[in-house]
Design a protein around this ligand. Structure first.
Ligand SMILES: *Cc1c(COP(=O)(O)O)cnc(C)c1O
Length: 360
């Protein structure tokens, strides 16, 4: 399947300051679009960045069939643009699509679209390590219909925009004891737009109390730690690394997977088990709570400075002592920039031939 490319007549890159990039507000010159009509994906194209025109009854706006991905392209030391584990994002998009009763997008289309789009807008990739071109693949239901049923038409698009390092400051988390993000059997495992809508009120309430984000607990007992905001969460207790397992309510983060592998390769014991908030409190009182950090594409690693739970605020050791989180962050950023050799095949150069295109 060939992608039809219409390039923008003029770039607006000139007005953009790479040293001063608010996250998610600057968009590059082009976007990819493909439509699902008559039971197949049709008319894949790259076009100048533009607004979508949507009928007010567009189903995604009413019934929540909307999913997305978040990934980054970086520049290697030699200037080659690179993607990071794009095939995992392709698979996760389709996992989310399945859960939301949306059609799968062939991985080849996803990967080829990314390649072409990033190649075309590569001047938009900030070169500094830690900065990147953020990539937002999105799928929405587009039937113009009032009524609850799966849409028969969909639009998949990819927009991109340059970003600096995401959370320069450590985050303060508040363990939430009233609201929940995800329940077993729900949609927490999918990167579905509605999950974030439901999380906004508790996040705002946490911010009103002086915290940055919510640390989600399980929906039944408010005991087992799930994740935080848009990141998976890791703890270091007495030298051991702990992260909650994927048991149906937690998003299968690419950064989480990388962190586990990097840490194991560096000789750390990494335990995936259902850690409770009480264990974290115990470790804090014993003085063995060494680190906590969030892991996600946007920030890579966000160190946690404090965790609030009920009346307790646990202050964690200073950031200068965060060896585990820093190792993960430096390794991932180093791989993305080419400073660290990629022995695992995680970094995919842009502009190279895309394998298996003949099957698209
Ligand atoms: C996207 C996301 C993450 C992180 O996933 P990455 O693939 O590492 O970016 C974690 N939790 C939630 C809820 C997310 O939406």
């Amino acid at each position: 399947m060939d992608i039809k490319i219409t390039t923008s007549k003029s770039s607006h890159l000139d007005g953009v300051d790479f040293d001063n990039l608010p996250f998610g507000r600057t968009f590059s010159d082009h976007m990819f679009v493909v439509d699902y009509v008559d039971d197949k994906w049709q008319n894949p194209r790259i076009e100048p960045f533009h607004n979508l025109q949507l009928h007010p009854a567009t189903m995604a706006l009413h019934y929540g069939q909307a999913i997305f991905e978040g990934m980054k392209a970086t520049k290697m030391l030699d200037g080659t643009p690179a993607l990071f584990r794009p095939e995992l994002h392709a698979k996760r998009l389709n996992f989310s699509a399945h859960r939301m009763c949306m059609p799968a997008l062939p991985e080849e289309i996803f990967l080829k679209a990314l390649q072409k789009l990033v190649e075309l807008d590569q001047a938009w990739i900030p070169p500094q390590e830690g900065s990147a071109l953020y990539i937002r693949p999105t799928m929405i239901a587009t039937d113009e219909f009032i009524g609850v049923k799966p849409s028969q038409t969909y639009k998949f698009f990819i927009i991109t925009g340059p970003v600096g390092p995401y959370y320069p400051k450590p985050v303060r988390l508040l363990a939430e004891t009233k609201y929940v993000r995800a329940v077993m059997g729900g949609t927490g495992e999918a990167k579905a737009a509605g999950n974030y809508g439901g999380a906004l009120l508790p996040a705002k309430m946490a911010q009103d109390k002086g915290f940055d984000q919510v640390l989600w607990l399980d929906a039944k007992e408010f005991k087992y730690i799930q994740e935080c905001g848009t990141m998976n969460v890791f703890f270091v207790i007495d030298g051991k690394v702990i992260t909650p397992p994927l048991y149906g309510t937690i998003l299968d983060g690419v950064t989480r997977r990388c962190a586990i592998e990097i840490l194991k390769d560096n000789g750390f014991e990494v335990d995936e088990y259902k850690i409770t908030i009480d264990e974290v409190v115990d470790a804090y009182h014993k003085g063995t709570l060494q680190e906590a950090f969030g892991a996600g594409t946007a920030a890579v690693v966000s160190h946690v400075s404090d965790i609030g739970y009920k009346d307790l605020v646990m202050e964690l050791p200073p950031i200068s002592e965060r060896k585990v989180g820093e190792l993960v962050k430096n390794t991932i950023n180093g791989l993305r920039s080419g400073r660290i050799a990629d022995s695992r095949g995680w970094v995919v150069p842009v502009g190279a031939e895309v394998a298996d295109m003949a099957t698209v």
